[in-house]
Design a protein. Sequence first.
Lengths: 282, 455
Amino acid sequence: MLHDTPNITHVEFISLLVAGLCFELAFAFQVAELRRSAQAAHGAAATGFSGVSTVWVMGGAALSAVILIWRGWRFGLWSLPLSDYFDACLLLAILLTGLWLWFRWTRQLKTLAIFLLPMTGLLILVGGILGVAGYRNFNTANPWIALHIGSILIGTVCFAAGCVSGLGYLLADRQLRSKKENWPLPSLARLEAFNRHAILLGFPLLTIAAITGIFEALKYPQSMGPDWYWSPKVILTVVAWAVYAPLLHVKLTPSFRGARAAWLSILGFALLLAVYALAGFG
Amino acid sequence: MKSSPVLRMVGVNHRTAPLLVRENLAFSEQDCAAALVRIAELYPQSEAAILSTCNRVELYVAAGPHGPTLEEMTAFLAEFQEMAAADLRAHTYQHEDRAMVEHLFQVASSLDSMVLGETQILAQVKQAYVRAAERKTVGTCFHALFQRALAAAKDVHDRTELSTGRTSLATLAVALVQRVFDQLGDKTVLVIGAGKISRLVLRQLGALHPRKILLANRNPQRALDMCGAAVMECVDLAHLEQLLVEADVVLTGTGATEAVISVDMVRKLLKARQYRPMFMVDLAVPRDVEAGVGSLTNIYLYNIDDLEKLADENRRRRGDQIAASLEVIQEHAEEFLHWFSARNTGPLVKELYANCHRISNAELAGLLAAHPEFTPEQRQALAKTLHRVVGKILHQPVSFLTSKAPSHEQAHLAAAMETLFGLGGKTDGGRAEASAAGEKMDPSPPAKPDAASSS
């Protein structure tokens, strides 16, 4: 039996589950589409599932937007539809939908879009759990916090793109080594270049988020406690930052390219997700 | 039916005839033109086209009155190419009517080709059609037939996966290179040895405009002669390690009995290469590159067996598409045969309807003359009723006739109809009388033989 909490009403929660279901259905249809196109070399075949998955993704994103706007109205935060982790997850899901659409419309990277859907579905789920767990106002009226959260959100989209291209790279590498033509994927060179560009964009944003976070922790020591620098959230953020750093300097660290870079971009994104989970539940 | 052509073909292909026979029978461009002219002289009321490729020679004819029989077509081919008819007959296949249509559609769709799914045959069929059209040896029937064959072939390629997946080793190798590198504009290709397949691959890679092509061979001048302009720079094989540092794509095809590139050699070079990806294609037997090289970081190695396996897999996938392709062909064949049937039987059906309506109109005229008291509405209703009766009586026989594909059976049915209903000038007695009476009558609603024939 669902009960309304100060943070989330059961209507919002059910809507959230429906949005998550939309993304999962889109994922199922896209897998079916990929299986069909994989029968032909390099994705020549067109299937009717393509349009269906787009409809479900757009449906999920539209529902997420409606929930976000509704909550903005309910909390009187029209200036920025962002009050806590629940809203942040919803906004991130919408941003990832934008990234998904971009992948779909980019012929060479089309196949990669599939990796974003389970990621978006997971975000929706985490958002729902965090929403039920409690309400924590971000206080976005503070420009430092607004900058902190904004850079985290946009940086996360960049790192998600890096993670997706990393997954694509590993899959393409595996296909080449197994000497089979299964999934139609972009070339390794394109995937590697895309991965590097995504991290090149995300890394400064992560750095800004870390600096503004440290600034806030120093300014308001009560928010994270006196030993904030030993908190798992901070340690994992530093580790993630250190993971991404060598990927920016291929000339200096040539061994961090190819499959290694792909693994690191996946690891970095996983660490960031862990940071968000710790921040939300902490 | 006296003017309906019979569709016939005679031919040989790679399955029925050895290379020697195909070579002797092959028609050059000039031969085709001369042969078509000769057929037009011999059989002026027939349509003809000749399809001659390295794997097949086929003569297609829409035989009109006094058109060639299958035997005469075989004899014509043999005589034209100065072969013994008996020798040729042992290797030919022949098709008529529906079988001929289906065969042509299958040929155009490459279902009958040596390499299933190849698209060159489509252009060759088109060329055969255009050539015949230029010599004016095709008419309404062959225009429709060949255009439908080309449409069927395109439909097969669009709706099935018959032509997907590469089957030649050279194109496969180039496609694999493109799975590693998007474009080769800033890449260096190193070719070691200059075998036949290497040259084919190199020719295709050259079309992608790599930054540099290096050719390493024990005899550089010979290699240069063999590969010609495609090679930009000949280098000494003694500096192999240095070349491997520079190369992004390596093609090897030497006749060496031992591996030219070892795992240790490449491992040692990884750092110097800054771990850049390298794609290696080993086309030599025995192998030039040790198998372990393919396991090194960012190094991808394919040998001739790997390429063969991929080609086989693609061939198998294409084979799985045969049933789907035949379904598409069947749809097109049915549509063409329906048109052809209606075209053949149309005049007969039209005449049949016209005769019956004339008779009914004559009878109606007599009845109305005997009953002047009938109102105009009653006269109109009687005329419409009679018209419907004629339509309903003729519907069954006409539908049965037009539903048949062009065949001997249809010809027999049509002949029987001509005799039974006195069509095609078989009898004039009753028709003249009916015609005379009909002319006096108000014109009845026009018969729709075309509509009936297509129902």
